[in-house]
Design a protein around this ligand. Structure first.
Ligand code: NAD
Ligand code: DAU
Length: 364
């Protein structure tokens, strides 16, 4: 069986990918993760007795560690999920994003290149470096503009998106300059089990259950294309197996929704699954000061992966959202784990006195 070195595998998408990879025996997995605030080791506790899974705590920017892991485990695939991933945090602390997303990806590429150059020709041909990126690198769309295609020019607007764009360019350069067999995927907003509750959907589910306000930025009319995380993981595996090296593949859910519509749907599901007498969850909806530089609309044209790799998202938004809410209701131990620690500090920083804090930052 092949060995995949997965980075950032204790986070949301990485943990879903690893669980699926082990369940369906896609490969043995070495999971390198720094265990930042965004990770929850409970996500992978089902694998504690799995001899095909090995966890290493470390930083993708630690090139000596990466070199050592590559020599020791001889993976045929590297999948880079590791990143600082939250746009709002990138507004407060952009330096962490530059460090991991740009410098870290560079170090990972450098170690991968020297490892790959020493492989036999046969192993060089099999090797893949898959970089998991985002639709945010393409910027913001007007309401009638066509969806992002793989050749849409990059126009990142947040520090997060800019650092992801930088890492995408480095990956592209390593293919063109050194011949490293790379693949890049740019996907839309993922949702599903095990997502850290700083992101819209889990934040709204957990705030609602705790009867806390549901903070909707601006007018709530910003649009995102929602992709169920398991559909995304299947797409990544197809790209690994059959994608053309040096290429980019857009992955989306064909499912554009305004934020307001998403929050209303969550409230409606909770009214059914966790009813409270004389109480409607939507009464908690609160409009708050907008995110600075808030992109208005993202939409993905995923016709390339559909045509070339016969991939289709299986989940529709109603079924995927229902599964997601059910997962959070059934996994309150996982929720407790993330809500302890520094999570409350972040909630305080981003939501309490939001008007005053963001106005001060905009002026300084
Ligand atoms: P996440 O924030 O949930 O998880 C990131 C993981 O990376 C965490 O486990 C963290 O500990 C680890 N990590 C952070 N810095 C690291 C470092 N320097 N070295 C090693 N590990 C480190 O992120 P996610 O939502 O699972 O996203 C995974 C990838 O997919 C990211 O690259 C992100 O940019 C991209 N992406 C995410 C979405 C989405 O909707 N979540 C959409 C498009 C693209
Ligand atoms: O598009 C892909 C990107 O999706 C990924 O690259 C990022 O890693 C991921 O975080 C996500 O970015 P967004 O900024 O779109 O996701 P977020 O969940 O933070 O916000 C979704 C929308 O909801 C956005 O328009 C902002 C809005 N929002 C978010 C939060 C956290 C609110 O209205 N209130 C909130 O409290």
């Amino acid at each position: 069986m092949q060995t995949f070195l997965v980075t950032g595998g204790v986070g949301f998408i990485g943990s879903n990918f690893i669980l699926k990879a082990r369940k369906e025996l896609w490969a043995n997995i070495i999971n390198l993760d720094k265990l930042t605030y965004a990770s929850n080791p409970q996500s992978l506790e089902d694998l504690q007795d799995d001899s095909g899974y090995h966890f290493v705590r470390g930083d993708i920017g630690d090139i000596e560690l990466i070199r050592h892991l590559l020599e020791q485990y001889q993976p045929s695939v590297i999948i880079n999920f590791a990143a600082e991933s939250h746009v709002d945090r990138s507004i407060f602390s952009p330096q962490d994003f530059v460090q991991t997303n740009v410098v870290g990806t560079f170090q990972l590429l450098e170690a991968s290149r020297t490892y790959w150059e020493k492989l036999s020709q046969n192993k060089q041909e099999q090797f893949r470096f898959l970089h998991v990126s985002t639709d945010e690198v393409y910027g913001s769309l007007g309401s009638t503009e066509p969806a992002f295609r793989e050749n849409t020019p990059y126009a990142p607007n947040s520090p997060y998106a800019a650092t992801k764009a930088g890492s995408d360019h480095l990956v592209r350069a390593y293919y063109h300059t050194y011949g490293l067999p790379t693949l890049v995927t740019n996907c839309s907003n993922n949702y599903g089990p095990r997502q850290f509750p700083e992101k819209l959907i889990p934040l709204m589910i957990l705030n609602a259950l705790n009867e806390k306000p549901l903070p909707i930025y601006g007018d709530g009319q910003n649009i995102r294309d929602w992709l169920y995380v398991v559909d995304h993981c299947e797409a990544l595996y197809l790209v690994l197996k059959h994608g053309r090296i040096g290429e980019t593949y857009n992955i989306g859910g064909n499912n554009e929704q305004t934020n307001l519509a998403v929050v209303k749907k969550i409230c409606a599901i909770l009214n059914e699954l966790a009813p409270k007498p004389d109480f409607c969850y939507s009464s908690l909806m609160t409009f708050v000061k907008d995110r600075p530089g808030h992109d208005r609309r993202y939409a993905i044209d995923c016709s390339k992966i559909v045509k070339e790799l016969s991939w289709q998202p299986k989940e529709n938004f109603d079924s995927g959202l229902l599964k997601t809410v059910q997962w959070y209701l059934s996994n309150l131990k996982w929720v407790e784990q993330v809500e302890s620690g520094t999570y409350q500090t972040w909630i305080q920083q981003n939501y309490t006195d939001r008007e005053a804090v963001l106005s001060t930052r905009a002026k300084s």
